[in-house]
Design a protein around this ligand. Structure first.
Ligand SMILES: Nc1ncnc2c1ncn2[C@@H]1O[C@H](COP(=O)(O)OP(=O)(O)OP(=O)(O)O)[C@@H](O)[C@H]1O
Length: 643
């Protein structure tokens, strides 16, 4: 049985002066919930102040408001009162049904501060965004996609996704028939909106690149057709740069004509695509009144897209703009509120009824594998039925063990995960963190040796060879402690105890976008001693290798270890995932899956079987009504009138 953990975590006050405690909170439920760590001082003050302005004094309602504020900070877009009753918090919890009624009758709802719908309590802004996203998507689903030339599409699919081998889809020479990718591309050509999902290395970007060539080819055939305006975007600058590189790489396998069709494509952050607006962090130059001019918009790494950002993107799209949303819904969700990709998949799948498994051979003359194509109409590849969710399942990148482990985690099958960890060569489970000491020290010493000799390229190679991933930043299982520990181990091993802030071999992680130096949040590097004896930073950036004076670097951290969150979107040869303690709120299936799938060749999980089982059993739950709205097919409620 899988256990759901809400994103909301309890805090333990460190003293009576802990800044998370509201010193002037009124006696009663709010104070008790605050002291039990369920809500912070900021939540209490917001609830008391807003309650006063709206004329609401009832404690249960103010508690619901404080919890709704807290829920958003914890990643949910609304508050599910039933799930909010946390048995670890020993207060007189109101009885949920009566509690909800009290909220519904509150002036907070009458004045529009709170919205109640489907039994969920929203802060107005998130309700508005959720309704808008559902409505905009619904309208896109109902719209008919631009017509396509079927025979051109058929030849284009054969050319760009050439069938391989026999009826089993196996070339016999290790090549795999891209039957799923071909079906996915067909869906995306025939629909105005497509959600393309799949684990790492399933060829999502490759499919997108080839799909774009197909779309440009279709546009070329239209009488008086113009060159397609295509936007590639992603939620972070680094993910955008990686998307651009991956599309460029994928193009290198294409014919000259197809390469020409997609050459020169750039990728932007979603913020840049939408256009900054001075003085506003979540309103953009492009909106419903000033829509984006593009014919095709591709959003990659969509698991990291928040509800707010998705709302802004959808309102800025012209109805006829083709939208392709790409990502892995099993990974950790966005830092800001929402789990939009997972909600889209769940909601659209809900409309479809059972998941459809479509024989691709019927459409493209290729007998072979089954393709998981989830479509609203029940036929995954028939045009004109509204936008489907398409999932790629064949992994091109990993050896068997990593792929099998990822699949077992995704399926919530701890027994199978443990069996894979015990049996496969490219994955292992070690219980004692000391067991990874040797590997970490070896890497750090290697880095130090190469860096001291001025071998920047070698140092970067050594750095890319292995990543230690932690769930937490602080605490005994956190990045800070492990950074110190590795330095201490290396000192013990080598007798060198001079750890100045900038030492040769110090691995670096860039922690914010630094456009002046052409560095992006997530870029990595190593401090090296150049031939002239001066310390410089050799950096691996999305634009290539860079050598910079260390004095030019501002937001950087030591990177003997990094968080799984930070590693999202990047890969390393060998990854060690350090699981946190059993009672850590971050110990979840999504965290483990995201960590494991960062590895290209080998993964080591550090933790006991018990901790691993707990991780796989616990799913992060972000309260949201989006999946329900999409599944409801009418786009959900109207203007937020309480149910
Ligand atoms: N049809 C195919 N035939 C052979 N190799 C393929 C095919 N599709 C993808 N690949 C290869 O598989 C690897 C992963 O592909 P790609 O980067 O497109 O996957 P992805 O799903 O976008 O991965 P990630 O989410 O990790 O970025 C690449 O090396 C790519 O060249």
């Amino acid at each position: 049985m899988s256990e759901l953990v809400t994103g909301s975590t309890l805090f333990e006050p460190t003293s009576a002066d802990d800044r998370r405690l509201a010193q002037r909170a009124p006696e009663g439920l709010l104070r008790e919930a605050n002291q039990a760590g369920a809500i912070t001082a900021a939540d209490v003050h917001t609830a008391v102040r807003v309650g006063r302005l709206a004329g609401e004094e009832r404690e249960p309602v103010l508690l619901a408001l404080a919890l709704a504020v807290h829920a958003v900070v914890s990643g949910s877009t609304c508050l599910d009162l039933g799930a909010a009753v946390d048995p670890r918090v020993e207060i007189e919890w109101p009885e949920p049904a009566g509690w909800l009624e009290q909220v519904q009758d509150s002036p907070l709802v009458a004045t529009g501060v709170l919205r109640v719908e489907h039994g969920l309590i929203y802060l107005d802004r998130y309700h508005e965004q959720e309704v808008q996203v559902a409505r905009d998507l619904e309208q896109r689903l109902q719209a008919t996609a631009e017509t396509h030339d079927e025979s051109l599409l058929a030849t284009g699919l054969e050319r760009l996704f050439p069938p391989v081998g026999d009826a089993a889809g196996d070339g016999g020479d290790g090549r795999h028939d891209p039957v799923e990718q071909r079906a996915a591309a067909r869906v995306a050509v025939t629909r105005g909106t497509t959600v393309l999902t799949g684990g790492p290395g399933t060829g999502k970007t490759t499919t997108v690149a080839r799909l774009l060539a197909l779309l440009v080819e279709q546009a070329e055939q239209r009488p008086g057709g113009h060159r397609l305006r295509i936007a590639l975007c992603a939620p972070t600058a680094r993910a955008a740069a990686q998307l651009r590189d991956a599309v460029t790489r994928a193009a290198s396998d294409m014919s000259a004509a197809d390469q020409a069709r997609i050459e020169g494509l750039e990728a932007l952050t979603m913020h840049r695509l939408l256009g900054w607006k001075p003085g506003s962090s979540n309103r953009f130059r492009h909106d419903r009144r000033n829509r984006l001019p593009h014919d095709v918009v591709v959003v990659d790494e969509a698991s990291m897209v928040s509800l707010t950002l998705m709302a802004r993107l959808l309102e800025a799209l012209r109805p006829e703009t083709r939208l392709v949303v790409v990502g892995d819904p099993d990974q950790l969700a966005s830092v800001d509120a929402g789990a939009v990709l997972a909600d889209l998949v769940a909601g659209l799948r809900g409309r479809a009824g059972d998941e459809d498994v479509v024989e691709d051979g019927a459409d493209d003359g290729v007998a072979g594998d089954e393709v998981e194509v989830e479509a609203s109409g029940g036929d995954g590849v028939r045009p004109g039925l509204g936008p489907p969710v398409v999932r790629l399942t064949h992994t091109y990148r990993f050896g068997g063990g990593i792929g099998d482990l990822a699949q077992a985690i995704r399926d919530g099958d701890a027994g199978r995960a443990l069996a894979v960890l015990a049996g496969a060569d490219d994955v292992d489970l070690v219980a004692d963190p000391d067991d990874v000491r040797h590997r970490l020290v070896r890497q750090a010493v290697d880095l130090r040796r190469r860096a001291a000799a001025g071998d920047g390229e070698g140092a970067l190679r050594a750095l890319a060879g292995h990543r230690l991933l932690c769930a937490h930043r602080t605490g005994p299982f956190g990045v800070s402690a492990w950074n110190r520990l590795v330095e201490q181990w290396v000192s013990e091993e080598t007798g060198e105890t001079f750890w100045t802030p900038m030492y040769p071999g110090r691995p670096l992680l860039v922690t914010s976008n630094d456009y002046a130096n052409d560095l992006l949040n997530g870029d990595t590097g190593v401090v090296i001693r150049s031939a002239d004896g001066v310390l410089r930073a050799e950096l691996e950036t999305t634009g290539g290798r860079r050598l910079l004076p260390t004095s030019r670097l501002s937001d950087i951290e030591t990177m003997h270890a990094m968080t799984v969150h930070k590693a999202q979107g990047s890969q390393a040869d060998h990854v060690t995932v350090l699981l946190p303690e059993l009672d850590s709120p971050l110990l979840t299936r999504e965290l483990l899956y995201t960590g494991v799938t960062r590895a290209q060749r080998h993964v080591t999980v550090v933790g006991t079987p018990e901790v691993l089982r707990a991780a796989i059993a616990r799913r992060t739950h972000r309260a949201s009504g989006l999946a329900q709205r999409l599944g409801a097919a009418d786009g959900g409620g109207d203007t937020g009138v309480p149910a």
